[in-house]
Design a protein around this ligand. Structure first.
Ligand code: SF4
Length: 105
């Protein structure tokens, strides 16, 4: 996963967690991807601790990317081809800093 994909995934995840509205197009993409990942046998739990407190988090066992953050990066593709990038090379030019430009028409 590229640095750009990682950054977009984490930024969009943080914005969504903070209640900042994502576009309907982006939200729909995230929901569909997350449903697929949750049914995928390659989604694995990775135990961790925060301040000594056990917490659980998940990652894709194929590419190692964090879940659900992986679902928030428009240019990311599932390594098994179960979902695709939704951004083509033309659209990539307008994604200069943040994916919030993906507004519905
Ligand atoms: S990204 Fe693909 S391979 Fe990884 S957990 Fe999701 S559906 Fe499975």
């Amino acid at each position: 996963m590229s640095i750009r994909n990682i950054a977009e995934g984490w930024i969009n995840f943080a914005l969504d967690s903070a209640g900042v509205g994502l576009s309907d197009k982006l939200q729909q993409m995230i929901t569909l991807r997350a449903e697929t990942c949750r049914r995928c046998p390659s989604l694995v739990e990775r135990p961790a601790t925060i301040g000594g407190i056990p917490v659980s988090s998940f990652k894709c066992g194929e590419c190692g990317c964090a879940f659900p953050h992986i679902t928030y990066a428009p240019q990311k593709e599932c390594p098994l081809g179960l979902w695709e990038s939704v951004v083509d090379e033309d659209e990539e030019d307008i994604l200069t800093g943040h994916t919030s430009v993906l507004k519905d028409d």
